[in-house]
Design a protein around this ligand. Structure first.
Ligand code: FPP
Length: 235
């Protein structure tokens, strides 16, 4: 996957429920399959030289799903952290869970803290997992903490990273991928995606693998990023 080095990729992993329902299975089976896709993609991104990968695992609005589905998602996250931390450390992948922590079960918060501590020295790739994450909430909270005199855009970005438990600040998203056919941002990384290239695919998340990632990166490499300027100025 040439040309992917140094990028920040963010993924809205949609379609687990439909994947399971199409097979007559409970939605939780789709989430279990979704975790397998997470493992594949984390490995593929590290291999491709991606700098930061941010995955939307549980949005603040997901609390409104039925209790058993919420419980199974939180359990899967905890399980993922306890089984994958060692592997991430081996591959020098730094784990960082972004979002609110005040509403998460104590056991999950401890697992998050352990994973972050144990991988803090890893530098090959940063894996950010968004849990109880709402971009609008983060922005409002950062604005509330901002000094009276105001802040520069960079200062505000640093404050957002502090609110999101995501220090050191890791920079804007280059490519945002959403699987599952929907074409919206769903309150994910609104500030960080200001100049992200958006890529929507009909593949359901459990079916998303290395070749689908390669397709997304190939499409990204064909995009002209101008950041509001004329093409000659960005070269
Ligand atoms: C959206 O699919 C997916 C989620 C709400 C959860 C994503 C979680 C995982 C992939 C597993 C846990 C993650 C990690 C990082 C270990 P959906 O259920 O809304 O699917 P649907 O649109 O087909 O109903």
């Amino acid at each position: 996957m040439s040309g992917a080095g140094g990028l920040h990729i963010a993924i809205i992993m949609d379609g687990n429920g439909r994947w399971a329902q199409r097979r007559g299975m409970p939605r939780s089976a789709g989430h279990i399959q979704g975790v397998k896709a997470v493992r594949r993609i984390v490995e593929a991104c590290a291999h491709a030289g991606i700098r930061t990968l941010t995955l939307y695992a549980f949005s603040s609005d997901n609390w409104h799903r039925p209790g058993p589905e919420v419980e199974s998602l939180l359990k899967l996250l905890r399980c993922y952290l306890s089984t994958e931390t060692r592997r991430c450390r081996r591959h020098s992948i730094r784990i960082n869970v972004i979002g609110r922590r005040d509403r998460l079960p104590g056991g999950l918060v401890s697992a998050i803290e352990d994973s972050e501590r144990l991988t803090a020295g890893c530098s090959r790739m940063r894996l950010r997992i968004a849990v109880d994450y709402s971009s609008k909430h983060s922005i409002v909270e950062a604005a509330r903490r901002a000094p009276r005199g105001g802040l520069s855009a960079q200062g505000f970005q640093d404050l957002l990273a502090q609110v999101d438990h995501s220090l050191p600040e890791c920079g804007p998203v280059d490519l945002l991928i959403r699987t599952g056919g929907e074409q919206r941002l769903s309150d994910f990384l609104l500030w960080d995606c200001a100049y992200a290239e958006l890529y929507f695919t009909g593949h359901l998340w459990p079916d998303f693998g290395e070749s689908e990632l390669r397709e997304a990166l190939a499409e990204f490499s064909r995009r002209q990023r101008r950041f509001g300027r004329l093409l000659a100025e960005t070269a």
